[in-house]
Write a protein that binds this ligand. Structure first.
Ligand code: GLA
Length: 379
């Protein structure tokens, strides 16, 4: 885990003197509720103990200067003249743009950025950077921190400035999560409940070491198919279709759209049940729901991959495992397993070996702690 000292030292080296504040916003792993967010449905993600951090000091000239400690690159822009460019700084610029469009007068700053959320693995490194930037701008500009509002702004930045049509889940959990808890979120109303993660369970992230470039186009295609299904049922979003409505009318849909809709409708039911199972500490039941979610994502929504299926199977073979599934958008990246906490030490090497035998690849596997949403850290 990163610590504030590394950020403070980095700030010293690049800007002389001390930062005024350090902000941090976490990445996430989704426990269950995949591709439901843009269908106005339910999700149950957890913020992880990996985050993006910015150490910064306000400026008086309306400029933002940022040094990425991890990439060794510096970037700068004028708040009064935002122009689209390329690279990591666009997440920060996009957030500045949305904050200004929402009527805020922003103060500039200079700072150093660093993070330990692996990039492109499906743990929402981009949402972490967006929310860290939002927290930074809010702090130096005297804007009250309202997590749901900031999450919406950051999502808009990603949709409109960066051009990725994501839902609200990643930004919302990075903004609003509570330490030790998963976030049960209604993606339509943004109403949320913080559900405690029982001490005897460990949430383990399993990175397949595979990435797929086509994820954006496949993601947008799935969104389109879900919209088509919602249109067929005459509702605003698939959230509004019950399983019995679906069963009654499904024969009017094409095979692909029918299966896409069945995933979303069944997944929403699973999330509701999973939140109850988590509250009730019914870990075996929660594990079964993880497994059913994976099967549905693999067969009906078709966003898994050979590597994801292999790592999920390798995890499920271990006696300590309650359940395992792919997590995030899919096509590569990470899976998540729910296991008995006191068995985590044996679980990790066993899955590494079993996955290597199946795939020939070296996974990265780590247990994570449920952490808090975006914070200002004490210096
Ligand atoms: C990505 C998106 C999220 C969500 C997931 C799939 O992480 O950013 O909004 O749609 O995929 O559940």
């Amino acid at each position: 885990m990163l610590n504030t000292q590394r950020l403070v030292d980095g700030f010293h080296a690049h800007f002389n003197g001390n930062p005024a504040i350090v902000v941090r916003a976490p990445g996430r792993v989704n426990l269950i509720g995949e591709h439901t967010d843009y269908n106005d449905g339910f999700v149950l993600p957890m913020a992880i103990d990996r985050a993006a951090w910015i150490a910064l000091r306000p400026r008086t000239d309306g400029r933002v200067r940022i040094r990425s400690l991890d990439l060794g690159e510096e970037s700068a822009f004028e708040l009064g003249r935002l122009e689209k460019g390329t690279g990591w700084v666009e997440y920060i610029k996009g957030v500045a743009n949305e904050l200004q469009l929402a009527g805020n007068t922003l103060t500039g700053w200079e700072g150093v950025l660093s993070g330990d959320v692996p990039i492109g693995s499906g743990l929402s490194s981009s949402a972490a950077v967006e929310l860290a930037a939002a927290r930074a701008f809010a702090a130096v500009s005297g804007i009250e921190w309202q997590p749901a509002q900031m999450a919406r702004l950051a999502q808009k930045a990603e949709n409109e400035w960066v051009g990725v049509k994501c839902g609200i889940m990643d930004q919302m959990v990075s903004a609003a999560a509570r330490q030790g808890h998963a976030l049960f979120l209604d993606c339509r109303s943004l109403a949320c409940e913080h559900v405690p993660i029982p001490d005897e369970a460990a949430v383990v992230v399993m990175d397949t070491a595979t990435r797929r470039g086509l994820v954006d186009s496949a993601y947008n295609e799935r969104r389109g198919q879900c919209e088509e299904a919602a249109h067929f049922f005459g509702v605003a979003a698939l959230r509004d279709v019950s399983m019995s409505d679906f069963e009654r009318r499904q024969s009017g849909l094409s095979d692909i759209v029918r299966r896409r809709a069945r995933h979303i409708i069944s997944e929403n039911e699973r999330v509701l049940e999973a939140a109850q199972a988590l509250y009730a500490n019914e870990l075996a039941r929660l594990g079964e729901l993880f497994n059913a979610s994976h099967e549905s994502l693999r067969d009906d929504f078709e966003v898994s991959s050979a590597a994801l299926d292999q790592i999920v199977e390798a995890a499920r073979e271990q006696p300590a495992c309650y359940g395992a599934r792919m997590t995030g958008a899919g096509f590569g990246g990470c899976a998540v397993a729910l296991i008995e906490r006191d068995q985590a030490g044996a679980f990790v090497p066993a899955v590494l070996t079993a996955y290597r035998l199946r795939s020939g690849l070296e996974a990265e596997i780590f247990a994570c702690k449920a952490s808090a949403g975006a914070t200002i850290e004490s210096l």
